[in-house]
Design a protein around this ligand. Structure first.
Ligand code: HEC
Ligand code: HEC
Ligand code: HEC
Ligand code: HEC
Length: 133
C-alpha cells in the first residue's frame, strides 16, 4: 500500500512538472548549474530573462544539426557534456564561457553591461561557489 502511494505521488509530481514544461513561457526561477570543480553557479534565470533586450534565444540557441533539440529550451548540459563527443565540439565550459572566462555566452554580456555601469560577475569565484549545491 505504501509503495503504491509512493508510485502514485511520483505520477502526480510528473504530471504537474510536465504541465509546467508545456507552458512555453514559464521560466524557472533560480537554477544551480553544476559540474565545475570550483563549485556550482547560482543563476537567477527569471532576472536574466527580464533584462532589457534579452530574448530566450540570447542563450537558448536554435536547434543545430549535430544534436537537434527535441523540445524548446532544453537544459544546455543535455547536449553540452563535460567531454564533447563528435560531431559535438562544444563541451560544458565552452557553452557558457571561453577558457579563463574571457568571453562567451555568459561573459560577453557581462563585459558589455559592466561597461555601462552594471555589476555583473567576471571573476571565477564570483560565479563558482562551493556553497552552491
Ligand atoms: C541569460 C541566459 C538565458 C536566457 C535569456 C534564458 N534562459 Fe532559460 N536557461 C538558461 C540556463 C543556463 C538554463 C539551465 C540549463 C541547464 O541546466 O543546463 C536554462 C533553463 C531553462 C529551462 C529549464 C529546462 C529544464 O528542463 O531544466 C527552461 C524551461 C527555460 N530555460 C526557458 C527559458 C525561456 C522561456 C526563456 C525566455 C523567456 C529563457 N529560458 C531565457 C539560460 C537562459
Ligand atoms: C539539443 C542540444 C543542445 C542544447 C540543449 C544546447 N545546445 Fe548549444 N549547441 C548544440 C550544437 C549541436 C552545437 C553546434 C556543435 C558544437 O559546437 O558542438 C552547439 C553550439 C553551441 C555553442 C558554440 C557555437 C556558437 O554558437 O558559437 C555555444 C556557445 C552553445 N551551444 C551554448 C549553449 C547554451 C548556453 C545552451 C543552453 C542555454 C545550449 N547551448 C543548449 C546543441 C545544443
Ligand atoms: C543579456 C546580458 C547577460 C547575459 C547573457 C548573462 N548575464 Fe549574468 N548578469 C547580467 C547583468 C546585467 C547582471 C547584473 C545584474 C544586476 O546587478 O542587477 C548579471 C548578474 C549575474 C550574476 C550575479 C548575481 C545576480 O543574479 O545578479 C550571476 C551569478 C550571473 N549574472 C550569471 C550569469 C550566467 C551563468 C550567465 C550565462 C548562463 C549569464 N549571467 C548571462 C547580464 C547578463
Ligand atoms: C559569469 C559566471 C561565470 C564566471 C565568471 C566563470 N564561470 Fe565557469 N562556468 C559558469 C557556468 C554557468 C558553467 C556551467 C556549469 C558548470 O559546469 O559548473 C561554467 C563551467 C565551467 C567549467 C566546466 C565544468 C564542467 O562541468 O565541465 C570550468 C572548468 C569553469 N567553468 C571554470 C571557470 C574558471 C577557471 C573561471 C575563471 C577564469 C570561470 N569558470 C568563470 C559560469 C562562470
Amino acid at each position: 500500500m505504501k509503495k503504491f502511494l509512493v508510485v502514485l505521488s511520483v505520477f502526480a509530481v510528473a504530471a504537474f512538472m510536465s504541465g509546467i514544461a508545456s507552458a512555453q513561457e514559464k521560466v524557472p526561477g533560480t537554477v544551480v548549474l553544476k559540474g565545475a570543480p570550483l563549485g556550482g553557479v547560482k543563476f537567477d534565470h527569471a532576472k536574466h530573462s527580464k533584462m532589457e533586450g534579452v530574448k530566450c534565444e540570447t542563450c537558448h540557441h536554435a536547434s543545430k544539426p549535430e544534436h537537434a533539440s527535441k523540445v524548446a529550451h532544453e537544459p544546455c548540459q543535455t547536449c553540452h557534456t563535460k567531454v564533447a563527443t563528435a560531431p559535438m565540439k562544444t563541451a560544458t565550459q565552452g557553452a557558457f564561457h571561453a577558457a579563463m572566462a574571457k568571453g562567451g555566452t555568459c561573459i560577453d554580456c557581462h563585459v558589455k553591461q559592466n561597461a555601462a555601469g552594471k555589476k555583473a560577475p567576471m571573476k571565477c569565484p564570483e560565479c563558482h561557489k562551493k556553497e552552491n549545491v
